[in-house]
Design a protein around this ligand. Structure first.
Ligand code: C5P
Length: 232
């Protein structure tokens, strides 16, 4: 009897209010380069055939979702989002657990990162498929970094040790679920999946990604993301 290799799934937390954007429309539904941000993001994930399905966590009462063309895609399911990003991810993992195996890989990707390329996605999956823990896309920092207290520099940080964490972040379904549940039980708010695994003593891998995989956060990011989407 042969055992099937672990499958790949995606989880997209899309239940944030995007307060820093200062827009009445949640940032994942703002239109850029002709489509809503979330439409771009989901199309990018669905373009990679070995991703078996995607669970999108949505804010309860989200009226925009049904209007998105991609919402009718049979590979997509939805889950109710929670008050923190990690709660939204956990809710999506609960939905996925009915469908996926405990050792399947889950790629968690922010709704607000529409410029992810299929090549970065494939690179992440290919590099980490045999990794004991999993890992994340990240980019090395290029600026000199300062540790600051009361608006004064107290130290210069060795930047060769510092990377910026992007998404997707790829971990095994059961291990990720357990790590997020433990973080919640300890009252810790984790802002990415790797942090939850790190709290368990694991050392997630790093795969160098493209710096144009930005997270739309502030109004000026819209023009930048539009430029990147048009260039790619
Ligand atoms: O707010 P921030 O940009 O860090 O959010 C990252 C991602 O997490 C976004 O795609 C956002 O929609 C999602 N999120 C969520 N549930 C929350 C908060 C954020 O799904 N409660």
């Amino acid at each position: 009897m042969t055992t099937l290799p672990p499958g790949f799934w995606a989880v997209v937390p899309a239940a944030g209010a995007g307060k820093r954007m200062g827009s009445p429309i949640p940032k994942q539904y703002l239109e850029i380069a002709g489509k809503p941000v979330l439409q771009h993001t989901l199309e990018r994930l669905l373009s990679v055939e070995r991703i078996a399905g995607v669970v999108v966590a949505l804010s309860p009462g989200d009226d925009y979702w049904p209007g998105l063309a991609v919402s009718a895609d049979p590979r997509i399911r939805t889950a109710p989002g929670g008050s923190e990003r990690a709660d939204s991810v956990l809710s999506a993992l609960d939905v996925l657990a009915g469908q996926a195996r405990a050792d399947d890989w889950v790629l968690v990707h922010d709704a607000a990162r529409p410029c992810l390329t299929a090549s970065d996605l494939n690179h992440l999956m290919d590099t980490l498929a045999r990794h004991p823990v999993g890992g994340i896309l990240a980019v090395p920092v290029s600026d000199t970094l300062k540790r600051v207290e009361s608006r004064a520099i107290v130290a210069t940080v060795d930047r060769s040790l510092i990377w910026r964490a992007l998404t997707p972040q790829m971990f095994r379904l059961a291990a990720l679920r357990q790590a997020l549940v433990r973080a919640r039980e300890q009252g810790l708010v984790v802002t990415d999946e790797a942090s939850a695994l790190e709290l368990q003593g694991a050392c997630p891998g790093i795969v160098e990604g493209r710096p144009d995989n930005i997270k739309i956060t502030r109004p000026e990011d819209i023009a930048l993301a539009t430029f990147y989407l048009e260039q790619q």
